[in-house]
Design a binder for this molecule. Structure first.
Ligand code: 0O2
Length: 217
């Protein structure tokens, strides 16, 4: 069995993920301008990114019963994670399509938690990609997770995550059930906002937009 990584080896692995995080962040951020020109409105609102800290990497490996050796980079594919926050539900597919077509990243796996939300109510589109880059030692390939979600889904995920953190694993049922219901309400609001945008962008008369709004209420 391969040897457990020393702290120094782990830090050097994490440094390569930080390099990838920065490169991907620039590439995703660079899409904002062209998309805004193409659709006449901001499609991508902002990008978030993080590379897991050594402590949380080790905790995740232990949770799954994986040894902290060189295999860790094959088992844990979200060591570097990026989030693309978009305006509307239909923008998710726009961004996902663009990412899947790129030749500088290869799709390894995708999870559609928008159509198939998690039991918690969580919605987002997850892509695991493989990315080639040049480390000081030479060319290397790494995995990264890219989450694409609406600003509404992001609002829910951020607040839910901070409440879950407070409760740890012992979340009272009434809290988790309420959070799931709020996720449903958030999704309805996302759908209404998308329909309103479609109505507005078709240059409807103000009366017609009012009618739309009334139908959705
Ligand atoms: P962080 O700090 O946000 O990155 P696993 O990676 O093993 O935990 P799995 O099934 O392999 O789970 O990966 P999955 O489900 O594709 O994605 C896990 C990530 O999705 C989490 O990463 C969160 O970012 C997000 N996520 C999944 N479910 C929920 C949820 O119920 N609420 C919120 N707020 N986020 C969720 P991390 O590493 O757990 O956290």
């Amino acid at each position: 069995m391969p040897m457990e990584l020393t702290c120094q080896q782990l830090e050097s692995i994490l440094a390569s993920y930080r390099q990838m995080e920065l490169e991907l962040r620039v590439k995703l951020d660079a899409l904002r301008g062209p998309l805004e020109i193409k659709y006449g409105r901001p499609v991508i609102l902002f990008i978030e990114s993080r590379t897991k800290k050594a402590k949380s990497l080790i905790e995740k490996a232990r949770r799954y019963g994986w040894p902290v050796n060189e295999g860790i980079t094959k088992n844990i594919k979200d060591i570097a994670g990026l989030r693309v926050i978009v305006q509307h539900l239909d923008d998710i597919a726009r961004v996902v399509d663009i990412l899947k077509k790129r030749s500088d990243m290869r799709l390894v796996n995708e999870k559609d938690f928008v159509r198939n939300p998690k039991a918690s109510g969580y919605r987002s589109y997850h892509l695991i990609i493989e990315y080639d880059m040049y480390a000081p030692e030479g060319p290397i390939t790494r995995f990264a997770e890219i989450q694409v979600r609406t600003v509404g889904q992001h609002f829910w995920a951020v607040l839910q995550h901070s409440m879950m953190y407070k409760y740890g694993l012992e979340v009272p049922t009434h809290i988790s059930e309420n959070l799931r219901l709020i996720a449903e309400e958030t999704n309805k609001a996302d759908e209404k906002m998308m329909v309103m945008r479609q109505a507005v962008s078709r240059d409807l008369e103000v009366d017609e937009i009012r009618l739309y709004a009334k139908q959705l209420a």
